[in-house]
Design a binder for this molecule. Structure first.
Ligand SMILES: Cc1cc2nc3c(=O)[nH]c(=O)nc-3n(C[C@H](O)[C@H](O)[C@H](O)COP(=O)(O)OP(=O)(O)OC[C@H]3O[C@@H](n4cnc5c(N)ncnc54)[C@H](O)[C@@H]3O)c2cc1C
Length: 379
């Protein structure tokens, strides 16, 4: 169901582009492959050819809008994720991994990185999480020590999407180890920097990801983003812009599950009638559809508010929390409606069941979203 009141004419145009993109590339998108890095790179090339990566970069550097149009980001993620979690990841990471450069990079850095993010030549990544600092970012240990014209990086990062295929990492490290969040600074680290080693991780569903280890990695000081000590604020600004869109991508997966469940239930005959004739099944479908619609309203309200220039800390947290939890529920019920067939390796529901799980963990777990929302209520 469309919520037309949140959209302008250019969003309607974008929806058409997205429909054409997903139908044209269905064979590339609607599948899982063992060679996830290669698959990710092929998808990125097509996202770039269709002009979709331009949505995450400002128009002065080859992008589509001067500031990100959050409704467009959400629409793109919802439609792409309906077909492929991996394609959504490649789309989203170009934005998440480069937006700190847009916000706080020097003109030289913007000129160097952003046009190549928009045309898919450079794959971007965002590196903040560490083995002992996930939700508790302030306790990160990776250190950036000033040495002449460089900062020398030592430490490690974990769960970094695009590790191993990224051309550069937006890296967060401590320039003052005793100042908590206020001691964090942001840098651009090129993937070929000496002293950087990468170990790949294999997750529950296709997702290029890994650990980074820094052993005296030099970063020239002109690759710092913003000022010393302002890295945490910058990371929060980036995450705030993209958080509602995580809700949108979950919606894409939840909606696919609902469609799959309806189609299966219509065709499955039990006790001499289609499964859709049983009220227990009808009620499941009604509940899933209602939750997804409520989530859609939260997501596009947050996106619309952001596009009006409002701060959306509370709204984006609610949208991410409710949409990811609702999509998880929708997918679980879709598996239930499919019975055993929903769990066969290769079934869409089985793929969605694995794909959705991480969305309640990354970019702030569900528990962290509740902390953000309650802090706003109680302040
Ligand atoms: C698929 C995937 C991709 C990712 N991509 C990236 C990436 O590209 N870049 C990056 O930097 N990171 C990335 N991450 C890391 C992700 O952001 C972290 O996993 C997340 O922030 C949680 O951190 P953690 O895993 O260390 O869990 P922890 O922080 O250790 O949390 C463990 C549990 O404790 C709960 N918890 C924590 N604090 C509280 C509290 N105060 N009150 C109540 N409960 C609490 C959490 O909700 C969670 O349930 C990715 C993770 C995944 C799974």
């Amino acid at each position: 169901m469309e919520n037309k009141f949140f959209f302008d004419k250019h969003h309607e145009e974008l929806k058409k582009v997205l429909s054409i993109f997903t139908s044209k590339h269905r064979a590339l998108l609607d599948v899982e492959r063992e060679d996830e890095d290669q698959h990710a790179l092929e998808i990125t090339k097509e996202l770039a050819s269709a002009g979709l990566l331009r949505l995450v970069v400002p128009s002065s550097y080859g992008g589509a809008f001067e500031t990100p149009d959050v409704r467009s980001l959400c629409l793109a993620r919802e439609k792409i994720c309906y077909m492929s979690g991996l394609a959504d990841l490649m789309f989203a990471m170009q934005g998440l991994g480069s937006y700190a450069i847009t916000l706080a990079g020097s003109e030289e850095l913007k000129q160097h990185y952003l046009p190549k993010v928009a045309n898919g030549e450079f794959i971007a990544a965002f590196a903040i999480t560490e083995p002992f600092a996930g939700s508790d970012t302030g306790s990160m240990k990776t250190q950036a020590t000033k040495d002449g014209n460089d900062y020398i990086i030592n430490g490690s990062k974990r769960f970094i999407s695009n590790a191993g295929i990224a051309k550069f990492y937006t890296l967060f490290a401590k320039t003052d180890p005793n100042a908590g969040n206020k001691g964090i600074s942001a840098f651009v680290l090129d993937a070929d920097t000496p002293g950087l080693t990468i170990k790949k991780l294999k997750l529950i569903s296709p997702h290029p990801i890994g650990e980074l280890e820094f052993n005296n990695c030099p970063i020239p000081k002109n690759k710092m983003l913003g000022l010393e000590g302002e890295g945490f604020k910058l990371a929060m600004r980036v995450l705030d812009t993209f958080r509602a869109s995580v809700g949108a991508m979950a919606l894409g997966m939840g909606t696919r599950a609902l469609d799959e469940a309806i189609s299966y239930a219509r065709n499955r005959i039990l006790f001499n009638k289609p499964l859709t004739d049983f009220q227990a099944i009808q009620f499941k479908l009604a509940e899933i559809a209602t939750e997804l619609e409520a989530a859609r309203l939260l997501v596009y309200r947050a996106a619309w508010l952001k596009d009006q220039g409002e701060r959306i800390t509370r709204e984006a947290a609610m949208a991410k929390l409710f949409a990811t939890e609702s999509a998880q529920h929708a997918i679980d019920e879709a598996v239930q409606i499919h019975g055993g067939s929903g769990l066969i390796h290769g079934a869409i529901t089985e793929r969605l069941y694995r794909d959705i799980r991480a969305t309640r963990i990354y970019e702030g777990t569900s528990e962290i979203q509740k902390i953000v929302i309650s802090n706003q209520l109680l302040k």
